[in-house]
Design a protein around this ligand. Structure first.
Ligand SMILES: C[S@@+](CC[C@H](N)C(=O)[O-])C[C@H]1O[C@@H](n2cnc3c(N)ncnc32)[C@H](O)[C@@H]1O
Length: 384
């Protein structure tokens, strides 16, 4: 059965998910279009009904319409993207089809969307079985719960070099099922790809005292399965806090084979993330946001410390911070985080920006973009 209740309110966390999705799709298709082929693919594996009815009577678009709007705006690329919408619930499926086809009628520059009224894993297993080389594909996997996402399918998608997944990971659900009797954990065996992996995780989680440690163990376990058992070595997770309590609700996980996609996705997530320290994070806090200007900014201080630690032995190029570090698969920081930190440190007089050859290039001598001094990649940064 589907989840009609999910579509009764368009929440901030849903907006955040859709914003990440649409902000990433444009660079993804632009990049893969350069090197590939006539055919690009978008798959919405848990498509829903295409819209949300808000309590105030207004409606908001669901992920299928957000993705289609983004694709329709992409000029020549729009006509290369095949879109596939999978929804298991028959009633939601009919509503989805009607909305998506109405959009297509008004936007004939996009390809005619395809539909499947079936389970995501079943559909994808069949697609993967008959496809040697999947065209560059972005696969959005957005279940409400923990059911329906087979690890073997995620692994199969990520075998294709230009296929990427963006996945809703219901950590609360995983924790709940782990607490159940082992005979009721089969749903997790599919999600993690085997009963031994579930047993191993259950053992680890049981030994941990705090909810924060248990959360970390679960997300690290899944990330590590992706890195070790699929070709998606580049994995980044975005944490969404619950709306009414200071604990995790779920994670949004992106996995791909390419450092560029990884780096861009981190930037996209970063701009959507918000904590009490302000905009810019791989977290969207909700319950714990006070809106008060914070006295302490530990997350930002840690990034500043990381930047200065790289400068202990001399100047480093801006390129090192904005290109090399963000593409390192073990690094959770992104270009935007490093850029903000360098500008913050420069403003506080801790670092100096200089041209190649050592001539200082202070902020007031550089061009401004969106009110901030630019940081050319050919420039260098050194401790003052
Ligand atoms: C969170 S909602 C999707 C929301 C949608 N992606 C959006 O952002 O607008 C999850 C949807 O997946 C459907 N669903 C549940 N299990 C499924 C499965 N195994 N395969 C495909 N769809 C499924 C539910 O009926 C529900 O409509």
């Amino acid at each position: 059965m589907g989840d009609e209740g999910h579509f009764g309110d368009y929440r901030a966390q849903t907006l955040a998910k859709h914003t990440i999705l649409t902000k990433y799709l444009k660079p993804f298709y632009t990049i893969v279009n350069k090197s590939s082929s006539r055919n690009l693919v978008y798959i919405d594996g848990f498509a829903g009904r295409g819209s949300y009815n808000n309590p105030d009577g207004s409606t908001s678009d669901g992920s299928p319409l957000h993705a289609l709007m983004t694709i329709a705006e992409m000029g020549d690329i729009a006509e290369k993207v095949s879109t596939v919408f999978i929804e298991k619930d028959p009633a939601l499926f009919e509503q989805l089809k009607e909305r998506v086809l109405a959009f297509h009628a008004k936007n004939p520059n996009i390809r005619r969307p395809q539909f499947a009224n079936a389970g995501f894993s079943d559909v994808m297993a069949k697609v993967l079985a008959r496809t040697d080389q999947l065209a560059p594909a972005f696969v959005f996997i957005d279940p409400c719960g923990v059911d329906g996402v087979d690890f073997s399918v995620v692994e199969g998608i990520l075998q294709h070099p230009k296929a990427e997944v963006f996945l809703f990971f219901n950590i609360d659900g995983v924790r709940r099922v782990l607490g159940l009797d082992p005979t009721q954990r089969s749903v997790l065996a599919r999600l993690l790809g085997g009963t031994e992996r579930v047993t191993e995780l259950a053992r680890e989680v049981k030994s941990l005292r705090s909810a924060a440690d248990r959360e970390l163990a679960i997300i690290n376990h899944y990330e590590s399965l992706l890195r070790t058992h699929t070709n998606g070595k580049y994995v980044v997770s975005f944490r969404i806090e619950a709306e009414n309590r200071r604990s995790v609700s779920h994670y949004l996980i992106h996995a791909c084979q390419h450092p560029m996609g990884f780096s861009i996705m981190k930037d996209v997530m970063w701009t959507v993330g918000e904590t009490d320290e302000g905009q810019g994070s791989l977290r969207l806090d909700q319950a714990s946001i006070t809106g008060v200007i914070p006295l302490f900014t530990p997350e930002k201080n840690a990034i500043d410390d990381e930047v200065t630690s790289h400068l202990q032995h001399g100047a480093k190029s801006v390129r090192f911070f904005l290109k090399e570090l963000p593409m390192d698969p073990t690094n959770r920081l992104c270009r935007a985080a490093y850029r903000e930190a360098i500008l913050r440190l420069e403003e506080r007089g801790k670092v100096v920006v200089q041209a190649d050859g050592g001539t200082p290039k202070p902020a007031h001598e550089r061009q401004k973009r969106k009110g901030k001094p630019t940081l050319g990649e050919a420039f260098f940064v050194r401790l003052k």
